[in-house]
Design a protein around this ligand. Structure first.
Ligand code: HEM
Length: 538
């Protein structure tokens, strides 16, 4: 048969093929609307028959705003994709993320990993395999490792503040406006590099350094991979990955990201060698970073090293991605709100400067823990600036589960979105930065009970078996960063600066000038805040 005959035959059959295609789409849409187990759950009709709206908003980076808007329209639960329901009340939140919930992570998570082979604790969907990985990873998050980590953290924060103070000089004038988002991400990446694989990229230091683009490149990578993981073609993508798609993605990976991977590989090789040299020496002569605890982890059944080279790579890489952006986003959120709320900033500065006589005396101990207003500012900043604004989705396992007294069958995807969850009615005045809501005080009417209610509503570190193992470390870092910064320096918003604020010309949900706006790429991507520093007066 000649090519011309092929084309004319195809042309002849095209209407029939098109007709069958259309029929299949209409049949599927009718099923999704009227027969699907979620058919009674409300939601926009297009989202109930197609993943395209959700995908579109993932591409736009405003999926959290879209979900929040749907919450205003449809109430406590709605369908955002044919097979996905979002819940917005505390009771459902607890049902989905409790230790006993019959759920596992959905296939969204493996889609976020670099290659189909590179499973780490975060992307593992199988509940039993995850439990094993998590038990081992937890060995890096003990009280002992935390104490050891705090020393690395303090060294970096002090150096960071020395550099900012140098810019202030001896003058009592304010510095030029600074991009705090950049400053924060440089600090946190240096810390995480040091802790996760024993090599700080030293990007907070002045001067040229190719790794200064690293936080930006990771953000770009997330912006690229996130819409893929949220796409309606996810099953096809996952099927194609081992069949050549991974190789293609590797090929088109930008050189800056490849340089970052190379940096991790080299650092791990060097750090592994060092670990060998340390073997047998007393602990005081070893480097007790998180990598140490990963290397020393033993499989409880066989007694053999818990991680092979590839797993060690995957876990160390996970720690830097999971621990760096999240902490820097939280720090930016806290500072954004503090420099816009003089009353809170003054109260916090007073607490810190009256608790510690010098910035050097601030370390991770009972005195820092006694700073209740500091803790409250951190909780409030993290409430308004969640490090991941959309839902942490979970797939219901065989046997189904009950959420808020209703049954959901196996295979359905469920979740609650942090941005929406931290703005619901439980807070009374959710759009106000008011750290006092986290402190029990008879005079202001805040009780232990009211705090329990708002805490049950949402947790920035997640809840249940997949909750963040780095929570205590992150809180330790944030407390030290904010306390040391405000002890040494005065900070303010440059007069007239609006970077990061909402704006009346923007779409619904992004207009409030008092709210820090963000882009959703699973992890939050921010622009701003801008701040000015000044040596403290006394
Ligand atoms: C303020 C900072 C942080 C926030 C807001 C945060 C938040 C979260 C959240 C919400 C999850 C659950 C994600 C999900 O279910 O999809 C998570 C998981 C995780 N986080 Fe964090 N995190 C922070 C800092 C850290 C740090 C410092 C580390 C490590 C040094 C870390 C390591 C991890 C790991 C390994 C997981 C995966 C746990 C699992 O799947 O079992 N995080 N984090």
């Amino acid at each position: 048969m000649t090519v011309i005959t092929w084309i004319s035959t195809l042309w002849y059959w095209l209407p029939t093929i098109g007709g069958f295609g259309l029929l299949a789409i209409l049949t599927r849409a009718a099923y999704d609307l009227w027969l699907h187990p979620l058919s009674k759950v409300p939601g926009p009709w297009f989202a109930r028959i197609s993943g395209i709206p959700s995908w579109y908003h993932a591409l736009q980076g405003d999926r959290h705003i879209w979900i929040w808007q749907l919450n205003q329209i449809y109430g406590g639960k709605f369908r955002i994709e044919p097979n996905t329901v979002i819940f917005c009340d505390p009771s459902s939140y607890n049902d989905i993320y409790s230790n006993t919930a019959n759920v596992q992570k959905s296939t969204f998570y493996p889609a976020m990993q670099r290659t189909h082979k590179e499973h780490n604790t975060f992307t593992e969907t199988d509940t039993k395999l995850h439990a094993r990985k998590r038990r081992l990873l937890n060995l890096s998050f003990t009280e002992k490792s935390l104490r050891a980590a705090s020393e690395f953290v303090i060294t970096h924060i002090d150096r960071w503040l020395d550099l900012i103070s140098e810019e202030c000089g001896d003058s009592t004038e304010w510095t030029a406006p600074k991009d705090f988002e950049e400053l924060a991400s440089f600090l946190v990446f240096d810390i995480m590099g040091d802790l996760a694989f024993g090599n700080s990229p030293k990007i907070k230091e002045p001067g040229e350094n190719p790794f200064k683009k690293m936080p930006h490149n990771i953000a770009e990578y997330l912006k690229f991979v996130y819409p893929i993981a949220r796409s309606p073609f996810l099953d096809l993508v996952l099927w194609l990955r081992p069949k050549g798609l991974d190789a293609l993605l590797e090929f088109i990976t930008p050189p800056e990201i490849k340089a970052y991977y190379q940096f991790i590989e080299d650092s791990i090789a060097k750090r592994t060698k060092l670990q060998e040299e340390f073997r047998g020496k007393p602990e005081t002569q070893q480097r007790l970073d998180m990598f140490h605890f990963l290397c020393e982890a033993k499989d409880p059944e066989t007694g053999a090293p818990a991680y092979d080279k590839n797993e060690l790579w995957a876990e160390a890489n996970l720690l830097i991605i999971a621990g760096a952006d999240t902490t820097s986003v939280s720090l930016c959120g806290i500072i954004f709100y503090l420099v816009r709320n003089d009353r809170c900033l003054e109260k916090l500065v007073k607490e810190i400067r009256s608790t510690f006589s010098t910035a050097d005396s601030i370390n991770y101990g009972p005195k820092l823990q006694s700073c209740v207003y500091l803790k409250a500012c951190i909780e409030e900043g993290m409430r308004l600036t969640p490090a991941g604004p959309s839902e942490l989705n979970r797939e219901v396992k065989p046997g189904g589960m009950t959420i808020n007294n209703e049954h959901y069958p196996a295979g359905v995807i469920v979740g609650a979105a942090n941005w929406t969850q931290s703005r619901n009615d439980t807070y009374g005045d959710p759009y106000i930065f008011r750290p006092e809501r986290w402190i029990a005080d008879e005079a202001s009417g805040v009780t232990a009970e009211s705090i329990k209610v708002i805490r049950a509503n949402h947790s920035p570190f997640g809840r249940g078996p997949r909750a963040c193992p780095g929570k205590t470390m992150a809180i330790m870092e944030l407390m030290l960063m904010v306390a040391k910064l405000l002890h040494r320096l005065d900070v303010r918003k440059p007069p007239g600066d609006t970077l990061g604020e909402g704006c009346p010309e923007k779409q619904w949900g992004e207009r409030d000038r008092n709210i820090f706006q963000m882009r959703d790429a699973f992890i939050t991507i921010l622009e701003g805040p801008t701040v000015q520093f000044r040596k403290r007066e006394s």
